[in-house]
Design a protein around this ligand. Structure first.
Ligand code: GLA
Length: 731
């Protein structure tokens, strides 16, 4: 039983294969959080809480004269707000009388088969292999007619618990939500580190690890997207935890807009961890009868380190978030013309890249920015989604047909959410851009942002995209978004609903993507936001792969892809071989290494094949063959990080297939010295009792021996050289 209810419907224990999560509605009606950790038998753990008079910790009216009962230290599933819990709140309500207070009391519960969905937003869904169970606990606000439904989804086999909540205004007057996070959880005991992923454009998701103390660790985005700067995910783990051992909790928010995530210790050492929509720039008015659902937070617990935690996320996101035919079908090896040509292309140039590509086994040409409107640089044209037939020497249909005749698929770049002031669209509809009346707008990449909350804007975009896709053979769309959002004012929503703009923008993007995919269900969507500025779990619901970074330097990619791998499956990571010296860093890395690094992703090329040597062309062929050979490992296997960026002289990672028959281990030498000392790497994930042959040197040993003793490569690698080592289980 994934959801266990006992003690007269007041004790709730959620069980997954390896974890349990317990809550208890105490006699005063507070829903206490008792436990999340290693699987238990579901006995009531409320005696873990020792009630004491903490002083300066007020007592709710229900407690009468009992000074030991205080919301200020009790671990709560939904903390109260403004009534004596002085820690960060989770749901903040401004009532129609101007007061801002909420105490949430247990009301009722319901268990349903199947996982829950969230209107207008992505959420993990059921599959034939595994369906979730849902527990809904309804809390009532003590002094108003506001109800909050706490939603828990349990994917027992996958070791995943999801959380979301819905605020319902069941009263007769409007309320304003000033904060509505997806989850708050109080971990009673223990010291934790918080691991999070910070960065900047072209250098996303660098791992940061800080101890959580009284000062707390807070991350978030107020950029309108989940952002390059902080990813909407975090790990809380014991200070000793590493890849193979230690308690780790994962929290991954399925949301693509402004978010906050934090962990902080309170006066008793309890760690409050929270995640949800960022409360800055947010308020949401609920009329009587209306409700507000939050995005979903995806939780997982591992008692055996970070690799197992990551693997839980890889599996659940691959199987229960990614959708459509490309979820399992092998994705085409693509070539994108962006770094090959930037805006400077014509039909002949594209066809010459395509014909070279076709000869080498590349399966799709992606035409990037610059094919539409007046768009020969990034100062104009966004919004004018009409083919520039002059530049393309004819219709897009004709070009796409020529590409198909070469035996390749054809993909196209769009940046639907943006508008250039120098565009016909802006001249016709200046009010469609997010700008504040009376204030000159801030530009980013010299462009403005369309008001995705406005249904008219969305129907224009859908109509334009439909028209383009209906007149050409388009198999793939790269959906880009190239600036952060400010001036968040929507003339469609008006002055009363300014606090809703950023969230409704995100809902508008989801709606447009959903409508687009329902019209073109076979199209492979690749998400993008200046590389990985919107690399989040929610986007995977629409695009099973996301361009990981505008930085294609294979060495920088080692740390970017390393950070990305903590929550996101390798199948989601768009990664390309590009030209050297690299356009972002000026570094030169062997062609083979560029391929081996990109192979830990959804693989492709982004360079002018007319400029590469014959030897490199041969390597392209070999890389494509290798990518196909290893596809089920890289795209469906278990992933192991074997090293950390910045520690040691090389980076290494490994894939092992589900049946533990086949493994692939990649090493990239990142530093080199005179008189080099041989390197040595761990080997993980094999079946200890089975024999494996290492194809590098033919050695046959048991999984236990390989994993115990590790592996020494049979040659010294020069700086930036790579080595791929395959293991095959002996019959
Ligand atoms: C963004 C993307 C790039 C490319 C350009 C085109 O920066 O991340 O891959 O598509 O836009 O303008």
């Amino acid at each position: 039983m994934a959801v266990q209810i006992s003690e007269n419907g007041r004790l709730f224990t959620l069980h997954t294969r390896n974890s349990s999560y317990q809550m208890y509605a105490d006699p005063f009606g507070t829903l206490l959080h008792l436990y999340y950790g290693k699987r238990t038998d579901g006995e009531n753990l409320s005696d873990l809480i020792l009630r004491t008079d903490m002083g300066f910790a007020g007592n709710p009216p229900q407690a009468g004269s009992d000074r030991t009962y205080s919301l200020d230290y009790l671990p709560q599933e939904l903390p109260s707000s403004g009534v004596g819990d002085y820690r960060d709140d989770c749901v903040r309500i401004r009532h129609s009388d101007g007061s801002c207070a909420a105490q949430f009391l247990f009301d009722s519960f319901q268990v349903t088969e199947g996982s829950y969905s969230i209107p207008g937003m992505p959420a993990l869904y059921d599959t034939a292999k595994e369906a979730g169970q849902t527990l809904t606990i309804t809390l009532r606000e003590a002094c108003s007619d506001v109800r909050v439904q706490l939603l828990y989804g349990v994917f027992e086999q996958s070791d995943i618990i999801t959380r979301a909540l819905k605020v319902v205004n069941a009263g007769k007057t409007p309320i304003v939500l000033e904060k509505a996070l997806s989850m708050s959880m109080d971990i009673l005991f223990g010291d934790y580190d918080m691991i999070f992923f910070a960065g900047r454009h072209a250098m996303e998701r660098t791992l940061c690890r800080l101890p959580v103390k009284r000062a707390g660790v807070h991350i978030g985005s107020v950029r309108g997207t989940s952002s390059h700067h902080y990813n909407p995910s975090l790990v809380l783990c014991s200070p000793q935890a590493d890849e193979d051992a230690g308690d780790c909790y994962g929290f991954c928010l399925a949301y693509s807009g402004d978010f906050t995530a934090s962990a902080q210790q309170d006066q008793r050492g309890t760690t409050r961890v929270q995640a949800g929509i960022h409360p800055d720039r947010f308020s949401f008015r609920l009329e009587p009868g209306e409700s507000f659902p939050t995005p979903q937070a995806i939780l997982s617990y591992s008692s055996c380190g970070l690799s197992a935690l990551s693997q839980n996320y890889h599996r659940i996101l691959r199987e229960h978030m990614c959708r459509g035919p490309w979820k399992h079908e092998r994705r085409p090896v693509l070539i994108n013309n962006w770094e090959a040509t930037y805006f400077d292309f014509d039909k002949d140039k594209l066809l010459s890249i395509a014909s070279q590509a076709a000869k080498l086994g590349i399966e799709m040409l992606v035409l990037d920015d610059g094919w539409f409107g007046k768009r020969n640089d990034d100062n104009s044209g966004l919004g004018d989604w009409f083919v520039n037939t002059e530049k393309l020497g004819g219709a897009l249909g004709a070009l796409s047909e020529e590409i198909h005749c070469m035996g390749m698929k054809f993909g196209l770049w769009f940046e639907p959410e943006m508008i250039s002031e120098d565009s016909d669209l802006y001249r016709a509809h200046p009010d469609w851009a997010l700008t504040i009346p009376g204030r000159e707008p801030n530009r980013g990449r010299n462009q403005l942002v369309l008001d995705m909350a406005n249904p008219e804007v969305r129907s224009y975009l859908l109509e334009r995209m439909t028209d383009i896709l209906s007149h050409a053979q388009i198999d793939y769309v790269k959906w880009d978004m190239n600036r952060s959002i400010c001036d968040a004012y929507s003339s469609y929503l008006g002055p009363e609903r300014t606090g809703e703009v950023c969230h409704r923008y995100v809902l508008g993007v989801y709606d447009l993507m959903e409508c687009f995919l329902s019209r073109f269900p076979g199209v492979l969507l690749e998400g993008c936001s200046g590389g990985g500025g919107r690399f989040d779990a929610a986007m995977l619901y629409y695009s099973p792969q996301i361009w990981c970074s505008d930085n294609t330097d294979a060495v920088n990619r080692l740390s970017i892809q390393y950070g990305t791998s903590f929550f996101y499956p390798v199948s989601a990571v768009g990664a390309h071989v590009s030209a050297c010296p690299n356009h972002q860093t000026g570094r030169s890395v062997p062609f083979r290494t560029r391929g081996d690094v990109a192979m830990a992703g959804s693989f492709g090329y982004e360079l002018d094949l007319n400029q590469v040597s014959e030897e490199e062309k041969e390597q392209v062929k070999e890389q494509i063959e290798a990518f196909r050979h290893f596809y089920s490992l890289t795209h469906e296997g278990d992933y192991y990080r074997l090293t950390e960026p910045g520690k040691g002289d090389f980076m290494a990672w490994e894939f092992v297939d589900e049946n533990r028959e086949h493994a692939m281990l990649t090493i990239v030498q990142t530093e080199s010295f005179g008189n080099p000392i041989p390197i040595h790497t761990d080997v993980k994930g094999l079946d200890p009792a089975k024999k494996y042959r290492c194809l590098m040197n033919g050695a046959v040993r048991s999984g236990a021996s390989w994993m115990g003793a590790g592996l020494t490569p049979n040659r010294i690698l020069k700086q930036y050289e790579s080595l791929v080592i395959e293991f095959a289980r002996e019959p």
